[in-house]
Design a protein around this ligand. Sequence first.
Ligand code: SAM
Length: 363
Amino acid sequence: MTTTATALKSHPVFNDSKAEAFAGRLLGALNNSALVLMTSIGHRTGLFDHLAEISPCTSGALAAEAGLAERYVREWLAVMVTSAVVDYEAATKTYHLPAEHAAFLTRASPSNMAVTSQFLGVTAGVEDEIIARFQDGKGLHYHHYGRFHDVMAEESNQNFSGALVQHVLPLVDGLIARLESGIDVVDVGCGGGGALLILAERFPKSRFLGVDRCADAFATAQDLARSKAFSNLTFRELDLSGLATLGSYDLVLAFDAVHDQKDPQGMLELVYRSLKKNGVFLMVDIGGSSHLEKNIDNPLGAFLYMMSCMHCTPISLGQDGAGLGTMWGVELANEMLGRAGFSDVQMSRLPHDIVNAYFVARP
Ligand SMILES: C[S@@+](CC[C@H](N)C(=O)[O-])C[C@H]1O[C@@H](n2cnc3c(N)ncnc32)[C@H](O)[C@@H]1O
């Protein structure tokens, strides 16, 4: 125990067993943080995918399969073994990734949590800048975050791939039929544009526009749309803050793109002004509560507040914005939709998605 802890121990209400339990929890947190960082590396290098395919195997065989340096692969495997992710047989020096673990760590799986683990490296990369922002209260910009757009796109593509047409669109009565007959759709803050690629292919009679202030976010999707000759999908680099209108749309989409805006209230009002009379706004955003005490039991509470502190809040503050934060909460979201003019707002949760709430809002 450190001197500080020994000094604190003389506190009259110091509870030894509570302190021991807490120290144990922190040790676990250190190990878990190591696992998350190494999980990101396992994903990016393809190690999980190769291991799932060829295990049980030696570190040499895995390194050869993945085309990587054995010494690094062996060290990575040691983290996975000591984290009880990979089984190890000492006699043969072989490693095995159980199928039940591969189900959450490989690209073959629709529930690959290794994708999300990449946000740790993305946010840790701005640690020095964030410490400076704690002092001056200012914000950061997308260019500070290196791979943010790539990771966000990968995360969204995973969430959308199966669910968009099957679970999300049916939240709006009759929407699939309208999309099939041909309507005008805009996705605000479209990022990597993965949702639009799915929609443009599935609904060739509808016209889709993706807008985002970062052209690099949608560059790959734009190339893909061109190479697949999707004449019904276009992207435009556009700063949504301060615009009078986007035009006249049947459907406006916003996927996790309202809370970190410079002016989220202004954006909701812009959406309202850009809808036709019978148009609909489908907004997917973080489904936490506006009240901290109600987020304590959120299974991803600490992670989402970390993302808020390290990314969503500074991104908004960096544009002299409101800095609502990731956990602006469904209470405030409903209130702000009402203030923007939406009189009919329905909020749903979907079983496949523990993070987001789904809002269907009509003028
Ligand atoms: C959290 S990302 C979500 C991206 C995408 N909708 C998805 O689900 O993957 C938020 C997006 O909003 C965009 N954005 C932020 N402020 C914006 C602004 N003022 N105008 C246009 N786009 C903005 C960012 O560039 C980013 O791509």
